[in-house]
Write a protein that binds this ligand. Structure first.
Ligand SMILES: Cc1cc2nc3c(=O)[nH]c(=O)nc-3n(C[C@H](O)[C@H](O)[C@H](O)COP(=O)(O)OP(=O)(O)OC[C@H]3O[C@@H](n4cnc5c(N)ncnc54)[C@H](O)[C@@H]3O)c2cc1C
Length: 392
């Protein structure tokens, strides 16, 4: 949409082919229906947060940064407001308003939108391209492929663009789901289904690879979800190619081993006539207690004053690290973003034009670009869309 608006504004005759009955199905889902349109980071920090490959974005982010995104939507009557974590959302809190603004801009610029037109294949022909859709065949002097990734395929993003790019001479970096929940081997995790934890730490490791995350998580029937699990899916997804990833859950990340030991000693002193399971009530949500007792191999009904030093040590260790094994990622159906895509070295980073096929452009998630949650992925779409549209 951004590419079509920009090209049409610059005077090109533009036709936007969308396979779904309406534009922007995925956009409507973004930010849980509120659309985290962009963030307030300067291009340098933005690129650093997205990882080494994102250096490709240097030029386009400087040309169309988050400030340009704010101005663009403001001119269309949508004010964006800054929220916690430097994230911008429409003041109305409705992603629909972002979609309506884009549709208004398409109309104002005179771009023609053909919905329900699934592109089946794209071929090169003298001076341009032939684009065959389910209904009709079109020709064009230049072509922008903006078909997104493979995530949430029900929104229309089914990865068709990778095939078109390959047909036109491009390599595709293998794709995988990202910002996606994690599948865990151990059965005890399934017993915790529905339990959500806050202010905990997850430490992931595989050999020398290490990453840790602090915040919120949720146990599910297959493993773990929630913000930390989604963030962890980026490194874990990469490491999983080599085998399972170890994970350790620290329930008391704010307390050192020593401080926690002191706290346990004090609690046990004051609550000696209570049972072990009752002592744990002060340390964790009650739905975690049966699993915790079983992992500690201590009877839930033993009296606290009967716990020995070794058992106290076991409790402390377990509070600082419940270990389990991540064996996979959930699928594209649940992934916010797709890692991989059109190989960046084959695309001009200033214009988004293909270095293989003149007149061909790419923008958005179809490229091998992705960022964490927090307005990064849409800003990548706005910036690359603007560059592709103005050059095409
Ligand atoms: C649940 C969810 C929440 C998200 N929330 C945020 C957020 O708050 N902030 C953020 O920055 N990012 C968010 N993202 C990521 C962001 O939505 C995407 O990165 C962004 O939409 C990518 O834009 P795009 O235009 O490249 O692709 P898409 O938005 O996927 O659009 C591609 C379009 O191409 C069409 N298409 C595909 N194949 C064909 C074909 N063969 N013929 C014709 N048309 C075709 C599709 O139907 C689709 O409409 C979220 C993603 C999900 C799944």
């Amino acid at each position: 949409m951004m590419a079509a608006i920009t090209a049409a504004k610059a005077g090109a005759k533009v036709r936007l082919l969308e396979k779904m009955p309406a534009l922007g199905r995925k956009l409507l889902l973004t930010g849980q229906g509120r659309c985290n349109v962009t963030n307030n980071l300067d291009p340098k920090q933005f690129i650093a947060d997205c990882g080494p490959g994102a250096r490709f974005l240097h030029g386009v982010l400087n040309r169309f940064s988050s400030q340009e995104t704010l101005d663009f939507f403001e001119k269309l009557g949508v004010r964006l407001v800054l929220e916690r974590g430097g994230r911008y959302f429409p003041e109305s809190q409705r992603s629909l308003d972002i979609l309506l603004a884009l549709q208004k801009a398409l109309k104002q610029a005179g771009a023609e939108v053909v919905a329900g037109a699934r592109v089946l294949n794209v071929t090169r022909q003298p001076g341009g391209f032939k684009i065959a859709t389910s209904e009709k065949t079109y020709t064009a002097d230049s072509l922008v492929i903006a078909t997104g990734g493979r995530s949430y395929p029900a929104t229309g993003s089914t990865g068709d663009g990778y095939g078109f790019a390959q047909e036109l001479g491009h390599s595709i970096v293998p794709t995988r789901p990202c910002d996606v929940p994690l599948v865990v081997r151990e059965d005890f995790v399934r017993q915790l289904q529905g339990l959500s934890l806050k202010n905990v730490e997850l430490k992931f490791s595989q050999g020398r690879n290490k990453a840790s995350f602090f915040g919120e998580m949720l146990f599910t029937h297959y493993g773990i979800s929630g913000p930390m699990a989604l963030d962890a899916s980026r490194p874990a997804g990469q490491w999983l190619k080599e085998g399972p990833v170890q994970c350790s859950l620290d329930l008391k990340p704010a307390l050192s081993n020593e401080v926690l030991d002191q706290r346990l000693l004090r609690d046990m002193d004051l609550q000696g006539r209570k049972t072990y399971k009752n002592l744990l009530k002060g340390l964790m949500p009650s739905s975690l207690i049966p699993v915790f007792c079983s992992l500690s191999r201590i009877s839930p009904d033993i009296l606290v004053n009967q716990l020995n030093k070794e058992q106290r040590g076991t409790v402390r260790k377990l509070l600082k690290g419940i270990d389990f094994t991540v064996i996979g990622l959930r699928g594209y159906d649940e992934a916010v973003v797709t890692v991989g895509g059109v190989e960046l070295s084959e695309v001009n980073p200033k214009t988004m034009e293909s270095k293989r096929t003149p007149g061909l452009y790419f923008c958005g998630e179809v490229l091998d670009l992705d960022g964490p949650c927090g307005g990064y992925n849409l800003q990548i779409a706005w910036s690359t869309g603007f560059a592709a549209g103005s050059s095409a």
